[in-house]
Design a protein around this ligand. Structure first.
Ligand code: SF4
Ligand code: SF4
Length: 391
């Protein structure tokens, strides 16, 4: 794609609010790997300010020299896992989560996107899932005992990962819903990719225009008042991104652990099977933790399980370290992504865990690959699987 710089997003006020304090530098996972300021939020903000000034000084202005984003700058922008750590610590309250999405979108629209992300965008445009699998197979996993209701209380939003790569997660959610006799509906081919990974690869304009309205409509037309999902990225899409873009879904959005808390408190669900002393470290996914602030629900849900020994990996919650899996980062920076994931798993091993539990199937797949490459004796489990095992 030819480079044709489009208009910069309206972020000047945020850029100039930065005090250059540097608090965001050591928390940024790619910076921690590389040690280059260009990878850190402060470095990127500095460069964008220079572009905003359209020159480095009076001499540049007199000579008509201009600074403008180029391929090198764009690569630095995409050196970002969308982990939310910079927004969490920023002294100037810069809303980085949305800001990085807009800057990445600016780069893609200017022909400066990452070639490694193009296939993900093409897959979603053609097959409505990030893997390029046949759309017709999206509901192919649905088990025979999934009794779907024409007037559902909830829609179970499966997501691309659990539909095609992590079907155990989807089957586990169905087992939980069946056990509580919930009236639910699975949308099958009416469900398309939520677009959360794409928006963090710079394809936000497509997500806003094509995916968000039809996905909200697909759920709303069932009449269900609640959307339940076991995917952190989809929690993020419906709770944060769609609302930020004015989509305003007319239904509640709950992670399966929040819904389990509700079902248990309503005495519709009990966990009876002990888990044989499973020692598992809990990983806060960035999309569900820092980005949506949902820290307690998974921890509360684990308290219902007998025989589970949940371990806290420190730092945790708002300070938790990233898996390295987000925003298509492993496609462009595989070595850095591997190293970031490996450090997080090392943390779990040091605690004596035999498994890592997470709420993000994308993080889980990344952890599985990292652990296999390094022969780490660690299982990766989704929290829905663990809950279903205890029924
Ligand atoms: S979101 Fe995370 S990876 Fe991206 S710039 Fe901020 S701290 Fe770095
Ligand atoms: S924490 Fe915020 S104010 Fe401080 S350098 Fe980073 S972006 Fe600027």
């Amino acid at each position: 794609m030819a480079v044709r710089l489009t208009e910069a997003p309206p972020i000047q006020e945020d850029l100039h609010a930065c005090t250059m304090c540097g608090y965001c530098v050591p928390v940024c996972p790619p910076y921690r790997e590389l040690g280059f300021e260009s990878a850190a939020p402060r470095g990127k903000v500095y460069l964008m300010r220079e572009f905003d000034k359209r020159g480095l000084g009076i001499l540049d202005w007199l000579l008509g020299r201009k600074t403008a984003p180029d391929a090198e700058f764009s690569k630095a922008v995409f050196e970002c896992t969308a982990c939310g750590a910079c927004e969490n610590v920023c002294m100037a309250d810069i809303p980085f989560d949305g800001l990085w999405q807009e800057v990445k979108e600016w780069m893609v629209n200017s022909g400066l996107g990452m070639p490694e992300h193009t296939s993900v965008f093409e897959n979603v445009s053609e097959t409505h899932n990030i893997y390029g699998e046949p759309h017709q197979a999206r509901g192919g996993w649905v088990p025979k005992d999934a009794v779907q209701d024409p007037a559902p209380e909830v829609v179970y939003w499966v997501g691309c990962a659990a539909s095609y790569r992590k079907r155990r997660v989807a089957e586990s959610v169905v087992k939980i819903l069946n056990a509580a006799r919930v009236k639910y509906r699975i949308l099958g081919t009416d469900e398309w990719c939520s677009g959360a990974p794409l928006a963090n690869m710079g394809y936000g304009s497509y997500v806003k225009k094509e995916l968000m309205p039809r996905n909200i409509q697909a759920v709303a037309q069932t009449g269900a008042k609640v959307l339940v999902t076991a995917c952190s990225e989809d929690v993020r899409a419906f709770l944060v991104d769609y609302r930020h873009w004015g989509g305003n879904p007319p239904f509640s959005v709950l992670h399966i652990t929040q819904y389990v808390e509700r079902l248990v408190s309503e005495k519709r669900l009990t966990f009876t099977k002990p888990l044989q002393g499973l020692k598992a470290a809990f990983h806060d996914s960035c999309a569900q933790g820092r980005v949506t602030g949902m820290y307690d629900a998974p921890r509360n849900a684990m308290k219902f399980l007998k025989g589970l020994v949940p371990l806290e990996m420190f730092p945790n919650k708002a300070e938790a370290h990233c898996s390295g899996a987000g925003a298509g980062f492993p496609l462009v920076f595989p070595n850095q992504a591997n190293s970031i994931g490996s450090k997080r798993l090392q943390n779990a091993l040091e605690l004596g865990a035999s498994a890592v539990i997470t709420t993000c199937p994308h993080a889980a797949m990344h952890f599985e690959q990292v652990a296999a490459r390094q022969n780490m004796p660690l299982q990766t489990l989704d929290i829905a699987e663990v809950l279903a095992q205890a029924l």
